[in-house]
Design a protein. Structure first.
Length: 76
């Protein structure tokens, strides 16, 4: 269970980093050029895929945790 707890903390930290990046993009959206916007998009996509894969792996490794993963009211 310690490994599962550690993995959950890592997932939540990545989720928080993703939220911060999304907030930063939202603030700068009207003033940045398209190349920077693409960079933000691909960074968000990369982090999102990692989070999804970590959640999937956690569900496979720990059958007790195989239930919906809800973060900030959204099923991930």
């Amino acid at each position: 269970m310690y490994d599962a707890k550690h993995e959950l903390v890592r997932i939540l930290l990545k989720s928080k980093r993703r939220e911060n990046l999304l907030d930063q993009l939202d603030k700068e959206l009207n003033t940045i050029n398209s190349n920077v916007a693409k960079s933000y998009y691909f960074s968000l996509l990369k982090i999102s895929c990692r989070i999804f894969n970590q959640i999937s792996q956690l569900r496979n490794d720990n059958p007790m945790l195989n239930r919906p993963f809800i973060y900030m009211g959204k099923n991930m």
